[in-house]
Structure formats: C-alpha cells, structure tokens
Design a protein around this ligand. Structure first.
Ligand code: PLP
Length: 352
C-alpha cells in the first residue's frame, strides 16, 4: 500500500461499475444499450507518425450539418462522458460549486462531480416532469450545471423542447442547462439542438455510442454557443481525437450512413413496441416504464427471476430504484436476442 495520501474525495470514491466492467459471463448482451448492428471498417493510414487534427474539420462539419448547427457550435469528445467531465472541470470550482441532477438518472454526472470534489444538488425526476421552471429555478439553488437527461436513462421519460426552453430562460446568467441527448435519435423531434442559437446557457451532449452503433469508437459531441465552448476548448486535451477515430466517425456521418442509422432506429423502435406488449402480459413483470430510447425498464416480481436470466446467459442491467432491488433495464437488441427475453418470460417463475 502506497504511503502517498489521497485527497479525501478520491479516497471515498467507489469505482463506477459500468455495464462492461462487471465481469459477467453471458451469451446475450442487453445490458449496455448498445446497438445490435455492427459494420466492418477498413482502415488505411500512411501518416500516423503525425499528430492528428485536434478537431477534425470533416467530422465537425458533417456533425454540424446533421444536427442543423454551425461548426463553431460543435466540439468532438471521447464519448459524451468526456463532455460531462469537461463541463464539470471547466465551469465548477472544486470544494465550492455544485451541479444539479434529477434522480433516478445516468450515473456519470454524480461520479464526475465526486471525482472533481464538486457538490451535488439531488432533485427528483418528478420535479422535472411536474414542476414549473420557477419551481426548478428555486430547487436548483446555486448549482452551476443542471443536467437533464432527455430521454432519461433509465426511466425513458422525456422533456418537451418548450419546457427545456423555459428552464433555460429561468436559469439565464445563473446556470448552464446541460441536456444529455444520448438517445435522441430514437425520438429526433425532441432535440433541444434548435434552441442553441436562442440560449447562451444551453449545452447539448450527443454520442455515436447508441443509435450510431459505435460504442467501441468512443465518440461524442458537445453542442453549444461558441462563447460557451471557448473555455471548454482551453480545458480539453491537446489532441483528444485519434486519427483512427476521426476516419471512422467521418464515415459514420455520410448521408448514406445517416440514412442507414435512421432505418435501424425505426426497426429498433418497432421491436421495442413488440417487446413492451410481451412484457405487459407477462406474470414475471409487475411494471413496465414505457418511454423513449433503445431500452425498456421494468420491475420484476421476484429478484430470483433476474438471477435466473443471468445464469442462463441472458445479461440485462439490474438496479435498485425507490429502494427496491427488482428493477431491470433491457436494451433493445436483435430479433434473436429479444427472442431470448421472450423465452425467459415464458419459463416458470423461480423459487422465492
Ligand atoms: C450511454 C450514455 C452516455 C455515454 O455515452 P458515451 O458517448 O459512450 O460516453 C451518456 N449519457 C447517457 C444518458 C448514456 O446513456
């Protein structure tokens, strides 16, 4: 054990357990909201001796074009997760500032705040859903960043663009409203990207990990007004985007590839509807949260039923919600993968 003392906030961290870090053995993977579609890529490089373009023009302009923005409003990052981290590092002073979030939600906001010794104002999804912009303004207090996951992981709940606009207006000059749109391709019309030119305290986070089927690439985008991105550009590492990553991302953003992504989204959305029907009529399932995104969150009658699925190689994402440990998030996989879920649902219930 090293004698070098750790800062208190680091010593008290528990490592983020991502879907992949738990060494599970399985045959059907429906626990990380990955796309079932994968494509071969061919690489051909003759200048990897050189440092890459820090922000590759071709990728930036393709993504700006895809999201209806100007290139100056787009920053490419190592996944949306790096976007979260950069925002916390850029706008929050350790030991003094805080972020606000609406629970239950994506775990990385808290992990990132904890690792940077930044406080957390924990609010509830209910407030976001039912509260007015004024209620939210009051509850957020002095938080510098307000994270809104839309659609929300793991509940699938969504927030209208009008509501995002009214929250951004209420928090003008007080806090940045960060809308995490990791799953927005599954409900494109809900994107807040079109509000970016009206609000200089709005940030939108995007990723190629979900609908674009490139979780292994580690690519995301932070979208915001040029003035908001300017300090973030000072904080980001000098060469954050590998030339290899840039080439694959560029191919993923051609018009043909975007059309293909949209076709896959429509297939996955239909498969989700079918799965929801099956889940709704299963004795094993007591609650189904229907929302947007390539996942369905359900409450299972008995925790042992979840264990049974895991033991048979069907890996989904169990978690605790409202103090109950029988919740499960199921990613929308391929037809064959979802067939495994149907088989599990028709098996006899496990012993209590
Ligand atoms: C998956 C996910 C991310 C992470 O995206 P990466 O680009 O893979 O880092 C961010 N936010 C939410 C809500 C997610 O579910």
């Amino acid at each position: 054990m090293s004698k070098i003392e750790l800062p208190e906030n680091i010593a008290s961290l528990s490592a983020y357990s991502s879907a992949k870090s738990e060494k599970l053995t399985g045959t059907t993977w429906l626990n990380a909201n990955e796309s079932p579609y994968s494509r071969r890529v061919n690489l051909n490089f003759d200048a990897l001796n050189r440092y890459p373009d820090p922000q590759p023009d071709a990728v930036i302009s393709a993504y700006a074009n895809y999201s209806g923005l100007n290139p100056e409003q787009v920053l490419m990052t190592r996944g949306a997760d790096e976007g979260i981290e950069l925002l916390v590092r850029t706008f929050c002073e350790p030991g003094k500032d805080s972020i606000a979030l609406f629970l239950p939600t994506y775990g990385m906001y808290k992990v990132t705040a904890d690792t940077h010794n930044v406080g957390i104002t924990a609010l509830e999804q209910n407030l976001l859903q039912q509260g007015s912009a004024t209620d939210i303004l009051k509850a957020v207090g002095k938080a510098k960043l307000v994270f809104i996951c839309n659609p929300n992981n793991p509940t699938g709940a969504t927030v209208s663009t009008d509501k995002i606009a009214s929250i951004a207006a209420a928090l003008k000059d007080k806090a940045l409203v960060v809308v995490d749109e990791a799953y927005i391709e599954f409900c494109e019309q809900l994107s807040a990207a079109s509000l970016l030119s009206d609000f200089d305290n709005l940030v939108v986070l995007r990723t190629l990990s979900k609908a674009f089927a490139l979780a292994g690439l580690r690519t995301g985008f932070t979208l915001a007004a040029p003035d908001v991105l300017a300090p973030v550009r000072k904080v980001i590492a000098p060469y954050p985007v590998s030339a290899v990553v840039a080439q694959i991302a560029q191919e993923a953003l051609t018009p043909d590839a975007i059309t293909q992504m949209r076709r896959q989204v429509s297939i996955l959305n239909k498969a989700k509807e079918k799965l929801i029907e099956v889940l709704g009529s299963s004795d094993k399932i007591t609650k189904v949260m229907t929302g947007q995104g390539n996942f369905v969150t359900v409450q299972v009658r008995q925790v042992n039923d979840i264990k049974q699925a895991m033991q048979s190689g069907l890996i989904m994402r169990p978690f605790t919600l409202f103090n109950e440990d029988n919740w499960l998030r199921i990613s929308i996989g391929s037809e064959q993968e979802l067939e495994q879920v149907r088989l599990w649902l028709t098996q006899p219930q496990a012993e209590k």
